[in-house]
Ligand binder design. Sequence first.
Ligand code: SF4
Length: 302
Amino acid sequence: MSTSFPTGIHLFLTYKCSMECDHCFVYASPRAKGTFTLDQIKAVLDELVKIGTIEWVYFEGGEPFLFYSLMLEGIRLAHKMGFKTGIVTNAYWATSGEAAERWLSPLCDLGLADLSISDDRLHYGEERDPPAKIALAAAEKLGMPVGSICIERPEIDTEKTDRKGEPVMGGGALLKGRAVEKLMDGLPGRNYDEFTECTGEKLRNPGRVHIDPYGFVHLCQGLVIGNMFEIPLSTLIMNYDAESHPICGPLLKGGPALLAEKYGVKHDEKYVSACHLCYTVRRSLLDKFPEYLAPRQVYGLD
Ligand code: SF4
């Protein structure tokens, strides 16, 4: 059993997005399927009360503003139940300062506690006055708690080296999801057996989990505890035991290298990062562990 329960829940309100970014972990796009219904949001919120440790509920995606009235109602309900709420958005809707204020005012009135805006070149290229900047200015004008998320292309950070003297990757984009198809060019590989730990997620005691519109409860994108439409969320969280989870167990013991070895997954000699190897191995194991590696669309498969 997990020794501490999460304090944050992030809803992938929808997998649909106004954009189709190269670094997207969940293959969001304008064509992606899967959006929460209001009844499903209510079911999640009811379960959060039973867990008892949850303070924050985030609405993200995909792009949650594509389902604005649903998001607004979800936030209203979450507030009524005593949760703090946040949103992660690419701010595509901020077509002018005036428009941005119109979108944001109702959220401000509801007491949104955090607005996180993706503001980087992976989203907006070299655009001089991107919607993200317009939205940031509008939120500040309204006095909302706002911050930006800036993820850049993965690249070699020549200033830094790791314990073995190898250069480390900078930029912040992790090599999982669509990034594995799109952002690999020119990146140096390392021997697969060097990747002996997951440093990206607290798999033993996750501080937050993501829930998607199909009910899957994610520890990392596509790595799930189970499905809350089959087993109540509170039961899944309270019964979660990282060591006995067929994917988290090996990851905790010996990282993605051990995961590949344990299940005899054929692999290349070199990978760019632990996430690159982990994601690639997990994709090979989808058919073996459909209840723990899902949904297939976050692996780029329909
Ligand atoms: S190593 Fe695997 S589980 Fe850990 S953060 Fe990377 S992709 Fe996620």
